[in-house]
Ligand binder design. Structure first.
Ligand SMILES: *Cc1c(COP(=O)(O)O)cnc(C)c1O
Length: 462
């Protein structure tokens, strides 16, 4: 399988290259030269596979030679093993007639991002195994991504990971999920600034191409293709668990950067019957507004009870637009420039109506989020985290004939404040994190400057 950029300006690349690079040189996102397609019989054969066996079937067509089958099977069976603390890895739970939750929060950091980042860390190590090279991962986090990336990279021989967080501005649980990982290759940096400062410093350092090359810097943000492929698997797995590999199912997906739901759309392209993909947003609703009028217009980020969906633009949406514009990279490039210069672009009515053939959307504010947590608790006894609650309400607002599965993207114990407010109950952390608040922490404090962060990276890798 070869990969091309959504902006048409990057040479054709292999799976290994796109995983190690993250972003294409022209600023675009990597997509496969064509999407593989399974026959109906092949899809039926997925019925009784274990999670990691299914992952092999779904992921291997995208790798095509870069990893021998035997090695890939081994990597996947290590990835989806005891680090996920449920025998089914991604269990399905019925909450009402025709309504289900797909629990994606049994991984080490209690959010769906573990599905991708547990794999990505292992892929980095695998691809660099015969060299004395290391990859340096640099990122800024206000929440889930940092801890999942750290958990995926900790102890990997060929990886150093540097994660910036704004000092004193992430919740204690989220900070400790990062800082209590004591592995030598994990470098938490508490920056004397806010989240935007952290992001700007990361951007500035990535813009310093000499430094970037010297330290073999890469990112693990949600545009990395290696993350997307990992997320396709659980759409097939859901249909298998429901006995619906040959009949349509609807999915509702709490959405920020559009990575998780894009994976659902790819599953559909690969042949999985899907009735509808519901884009569930919070008040940062650029995608919901797009679905009304075809205009993709930036506004400023607002803080919400579902912080992992507080985004200004949804980066992975570019991959979908590329497809719906006949894979015309120049067209996408022009649109992205318009977005940069004028803050918005529009797509043709005909294209919007095609997108609406498979996607629907809802936006859900904080008040509705709380009401939904409370209502589902009363109805079923199940406690939802705020991101999942948004998905459940959006599922109900867009319900069709098929059963609908909401992706439960985080464990409620990650967001105790909202949960207590909604149902008066304090959600307990699972056993493996129970002692989190008493564990030793390791992090470096750093002044608010790119220079100071560069110095930390240089000191480590020289
Ligand atoms: C990252 C995240 C999301 C958003 O996922 P995208 O792939 O960015 O759309 C939703 N819920 C939780 C809990 C997350 O951590």
């Amino acid at each position: 399988m070869k990969y091309i950029s959504t902006r048409g300006g990057h040479e054709v690349s292999s799976f290994r290259e796109v995983v190690l690079a993250g972003l294409a040189d022209d600023g675009g996102l990597f997509v496969p030269a064509s999407y593989p397609k399974f026959s109906a019989e092949k899809i039926q054969s997925f019925a009784n596979l274990s999670y990691s066996e299914l992952a092999f079937e779904v992921i291997s067509p995208f790798i095509d030679g870069d990893i021998p089958d035997e090695d890939l099977r081994k990597i996947l069976s290590e990835t989806y093993s005891e680090n996920f603390r449920h025998p089914k890895i991604a269990p399905l739970l019925k909450i009402a007639e025709g309504e289900y939750l797909l629990e994606l929060f049994h991984g080490p950091t209690l959010a769906f991002k573990d599905f991708a980042l547990q794999l990505l860390g292992r892929l980095f190590d695998y691809f660099l195994r015969d060299s004395d090279k290391k990859i340096s991962i640099l990122g800024a986090t206000s929440g889930d991504t940092g801890s999942a990336a750290i958990a995926g990279c900790a102890g990997r021989e060929h990886v150093e990971i540097y994660i910036l967080h704004p000092k004193g501005k992430v919740s204690e649980v989220q900070r400790r999920q990062m800082t209590t990982v004591l592995a030598d290759n994990v470098h938490n940096i508490a920056l004397d600034g806010n989240f935007d400062d952290c992001q700007n410093i990361v951007k500035e350092i990535f813009g310093d191409l000499e430094f970037k090359a010297q330290h073999n810097l890469s990112a693990v943000n949600s545009i990395n293709w290696g993350r997307i492929v990992a997320q396709i698997v659980y759409y097939f797995y859901t249909a298998a668990q429901l006995g619906r590999l040959d009949k349509p199912t609807a999915f509702s997906v709490p959405t920020g950067n559009f990575g998780d739901i894009l994976a659902g759309w790819i599953a559909h392209k690969m042949g999985l019957p899907i009735e509808k993909l519901v884009i569930a947003t919070n008040k940062n609703d650029i995608l919901h507004r797009f679905m009304q009028n075809g205009e993709y217009a930036k506004t400023k980020v607002e803080h919400s009870l579902s912080p992992s969906m507080d985004i200004q633009i949804s980066s992975n949406f570019e991959r979908l637009l590329f497809e719906y514009h006949g894979r015309d990279g120049d067209n996408i490039s022009a649109k992205i420039n318009e977005l940069k210069e004028q803050g918005a672009f529009k797509v043709e009515a005909g294209i919007l109506s095609k997108i609406k053939g498979i996607f629907a959307s809802s936006n859900v504010d904080d008040e509705e989020t709380i009401t939904t947590i409370s209502q589902i608790y009363k109805e079923s006894g199940e406690i939802l985290d705020p991101h999942t609650a948004i998905g459940v309400l959006a599922a109900r607002e867009n319900k069709g004939a098929a059963p609908v599965v909401t992706l439960a993207t985080a464990h409620p114990a990650k967001f105790p404040d909202a949960v207590v407010k909604a149902c008066g109950k304090h959600p307990e952390l699972p056993e493996h994190l129970a002692g989190l608040l008493h564990r030793e922490e390791k992090f470096a404090e750093c002044e608010n400057s790119a220079e100071a962060v560069r110095a930390i990276i240089s000191a480590k890798s020289s």
